[in-house]
Design a protein around this ligand. Structure first.
Ligand code: DON
Length: 582
């Protein structure tokens, strides 16, 4: 018998489903986060290692690898492939991402860049319409927006270089293969996303048949999602390594499906894709080392720049969530996001002044321009541009093992379910990542992020990202592993988790659960979650901050590493997140 709670939830789900035809997609999925009382949230502890991910089954897959003697990288690879099956809106092999690894065994930190690249035939004006203006349907809704997927290459590279050596790629793929072949039961969280995204998926029969019931309606909670073609593709990768994906029958099917849908990715583009090992961006903050993602993400640079600005203020003397503290956060964000827009892009194409941007003395200059008693208008920071639109979904997971290794991984299809196209015969759901390029100088992407020349589309180029997988170290040992989805809001979310832990000494679960705000320079407005006091909001207004709409969802699944073992903080903003310990 259903409890009254369940009955009410089913009823509400039915209403939501009926409304699906009328409301815009983002309104369906938008669940307003109401922060719990921060005293009531507690991190989840484990003795040895831990995986905190957005989806339970895949978190358990990773924890099981830890239990069987794998290291954090082994576990991260297994979780990454499993989420391509169990969390299809963002977990993927048809998209890309970034992994930051702290290898205690090798005494080094590295960043694996498996961002999607633009096909060789890409031109700078590919996303313009006949009138020469940005045509957002081209980059967001059409196969032209698909970048060459990087996830398979990235996860395989991470394993080859930083795995424990105890597991082969084929072994780590087994759980994903079984989940795809045998299916799994759809959770409430996933079921909630389908009514709104189903129409987008159903533009292609190859996608519709996977995500629909026999009557053509979207799959629902408790239905079983079986992905036989995806199982075959994962088996090809298990048998041949990344070549099973980038060459041969799978690659041919991907290229054909993309071309049939009007895209320009060729078999050659797929064959020549390479993941890259990069030197992470490093900074320091109040005696800690920050290790984060370099270009083609803006994440690490903007994060370090913002932290450098904040370091000169006595944040811990100001109460967490107080208007004085929030004002400083906002002013610091604004300045760092303005530099993002101006300078950053794919390092193979642009020479950004990184060393300046992350230098302490540069932060000193920016800090000097911050007034305690008023907001600086964004137009005084750099020239203005256009307002934002909403978009959604990426996923972040954090892993630590008992040997002192840590992995911070964020990967994405860009929008939920990417462009919506499952390449026929492969089970691979493809991204629309190329919308992260700047279609024209001064134009903005789906997250309202303005860009200039540095981020125009180009052949083989990687679009600028905000994904910010980050590891914080103290005396060379990881103390915090964090990151988030959320487009432009990723960097500010990661920033606030770090400030809450390091400045405000909050328990990691409270640090993650605490309400967040966001300013990205343009538009000149602060987005705030619920949970800030009216006094704080009123005081920010008095200081001259424009308060915009609610801040869209982020999900910073984090781990604090303590002498007593890892403490996991699955973000309460999205249901289904799990801290799986060992
Ligand atoms: O790379 C980026 O910055 C974006 N494509 C990430 C998209 C994202 O986080 C969507 N999630 N809400």
């Amino acid at each position: 018998m259903m409890s009254s709670y369940q009955t009410r939830r089913k009823f509400l789900a039915t209403i939501a489903f009926l409304l699906a035809g009328i409301l815009p997609a983002t309104a369906q999925e938008r669940r307003v986060y109401v922060p719990p009382s921060l005293d009531s949230v507690h991190a989840i502890s484990a003795e040895h290692g831990m995986v905190v991910a957005q989806e339970k089954i895949s978190a358990q897959v990773g924890a099981d690898i830890l239990r069987r003697g794998g290291n954090a990288v082994d576990a991260a690879v297994a979780t990454g492939f499993a989420m391509a099956v169990t969390y299809p809106r963002a977990g993927n092999i048809g998209g890309g991402g970034f992994m930051v690894i702290h290898s205690a065994e090798r005494k080094e930190a590295v960043a694996i860049d498996y961002r999607e690249t633009a096909p060789a035939a890409t031109t700078a004006n590919i996303f313009l319409g006949d009138d020469g203006r940005p045509d957002i349907a081209k980059s967001r809704d059409s196969a032209l927006g698909i970048g060459i997927p990087g996830t398979v290459a990235g996860l395989a590279l991470a394993l080859e270089k930083y795995g424990s050596g105890q597991f082969t790629l084929a072994e780590l793929l087994q759980p994903a293969i079984a989940l795809a072949r045998d299916g799994f039961v759809i959770s409430d969280d996933m079921a909630d996303t389908l009514p709104s995204w189903h129409r987008r998926l159903a533009r292609w029969p190859s996608s519709a048949k996977i995500f629909s019931r026999p009557d053509g309606t979207p799959l629902r909670e408790d239905d079983r999602l079986v992905q036989s073609d995806l199982a075959e593709t994962l088996m090809a990768i298990a048998a041949q390594g990344p070549r099973g994906f980038y060459e041969g029958p799978v690659a041919e099917k991907l290229a054909k499906a993309i071309s049939d849908a009007g895209g320009i990715i060729t078999s050659d583009d797929l064959r020549s894709y390479r993941a890259v090992i990069r030197e992470p961006v490093r900074g320091t903050y109040r005696g800690h080392d920050i290790v984060s993602m370099p270009q083609p993400s803006s994440g690490g640079i903007v994060l370090v720049e913002t932290l450098n600005i904040l370091e000169g203020f006595p944040l811990s003397d100001l109460k967490q969530g107080s208007p004085a503290s929030l004002h400083l956060l906002i002013e610091a964000m604004k300045r760092a996001y303005a530099d993002r827009a101006r300078y950053l892009g794919d390092p193979a194409y642009v020479r950004a002044p990184i060393q300046t941007l992350i230098a302490k003395d540069y932060a000193d200059r920016l800090r000097a321009g911050i007034k305690a008693d008023s907001a600086t208008p964004s137009r005084e920071i750099v020239a203005a541009a256009t307002p934002p639109r909403e978009g959604s979904n990426t996923t972040h997971y954090s892993v630590v093992d008992s040997r002192g290794n840590a992995v911070s991984n964020t990967y994405t299809l860009n929008f939920s379910y990417g462009v919506g196209l499952v390449a026929e015969g492969t089970g691979v759901l493809l991204n629309n990542e190329l919308d992260d390029f700047t279609a024209a100088v001064g134009a903005s992407n789906a997250y309202g992020l303005v860009g200039y020349e540095a981020n125009l589309p180009g052949p083989g180029k990687r679009p600028l990202s905000s994904m910010s997988p980050t590891i914080v170290l103290r005396d060379g040992k990881p103390v915090l592993v964090t990151g988030s989805p959320g487009g432009s809001r990723i960097i500010s979310s990661v920033l606030q988790v770090i400030v809450n832990v390091l400045d405000y000494k909050m328990d990691v679960a409270a640090a993650v659960a605490a309400p967040r705000l966001h300013h990205q320079w343009l538009p000149d407005e602060v987005r705030m979650e619920r949970g800030f006091s009216d006094d704080a909001i009123n005081e920010l207004k008095r200081l001259g901050h424009a308060i915009g709409g609610t801040m869209e969802q982020t999900s910073a699944n984090s781990i604090a590493v303590t002498p007593n073992g890892p403490l996991g903080a699955p973000d309460p903003r999205t249901r289904g997140a799990e801290a799986a310990g060992q």
